[in-house]
Structure formats: C-alpha cells, structure tokens
Ligand binder design. Structure first.
Ligand SMILES: [Zn+2]
Length: 140
C-alpha cells in the first residue's frame, strides 16, 4: 500500500488509535464513545480524504470535533488530483457527466442570486465542477 498523502497524514495525526486497514486506515471516532475503532479513513482517487463512521456519525461532525471543516478534507489548493481515466469512457457518458457538473454550478449560482451564503464545501464543489467541465472541454 502506498504511504498516506500529506493531507491524509495531517488528518490522521489528529485521531487516536490509528491503524492501517484493508482499504486505508481505521481510528477511534472522536464523535461517539468509541471503544473499537469504527472510523474508516481513506484517500479518494481524486486526493480527497474520505471518512466513514460505522456507528453513523456524519463526517461533518467528525471534522467539527477535530476543529476542521469539510473543506479541510480537500487538497490544499482546491486542486483535486485527476482520477485515472476510466477505460472506455464514451462521448455520451462524458456529456452526461458535464450536465451534472453544470447542474452543480447552477445550484450554487442560484443560491448566490438568492443571497444565501455559500459554504466552503459548496465553494470547493463549485471549483471542482468548473475543473471537470474544463477537462471535458479539453477532451473534446
Ligand atoms: Zn462515530
């Protein structure tokens, strides 16, 4: 298994009883009274830190208890690593994916127009959507 990225490493440092697991790491969940490590932490293909508490604690609460926000689970500059290209991506699939990303941009833009504040998570998702649309444009 490859060593954790600096982002994942910094996150793991804040947790207790961190152990490597089959797909990443396990640790004690800081939200509930966790005796056996039930928090699973792994790195997504795009470089994000993915969290899952098997007792059902939402990731938002896990990061809040650690003094972080969901935005801290994203690579520092907001630049997600490009996932390896899936074999046999068709033009139709690409087009459908772009439509979903445009929907994301629309929702965030709509919230802005309505005067709602945009959370760091939404802002990060918006940047990701723009990057994906740009990638798709370059792919043709
Ligand atoms: Zn938990």
């Amino acid at each position: 298994m490859s060593p954790p990225s600096p982002l994942l490493h910094r996150f793991l440092q804040r947790l207790e009883s961190v152990k490597p697991s089959a797909h990443g790491f396990s640790a004690r969940c800081p939200v509930h009274d966790d005796r056996s490590p039930s928090l699973s932490i792994k790195e997504g293909e795009d470089g994000r830190v993915l969290l899952h508490c098997f007792a059902g604690c939402p990731p938002q609460e896990v990061v809040a208890v650690l003094g972080l926000t969901m935005a801290d689970l994203f690579p520092e500059n907001g630049q997600l690593r490009r996932p390896p290209p899936a074999p046999g991506v068709t033009r139709t699939a690409l087009h459908a994916a772009v439509e979903i990303e445009q929907q994301v941009l629309f929702i965030v833009a709509y919230d802005r127009v309505k005067g709602k504040s945009i959370s760091p998570t939404d802002a990060a998702r918006e940047r990701l959507a723009k990057q994906r649309i740009e990638l798709a444009r370059r792919a043709g």
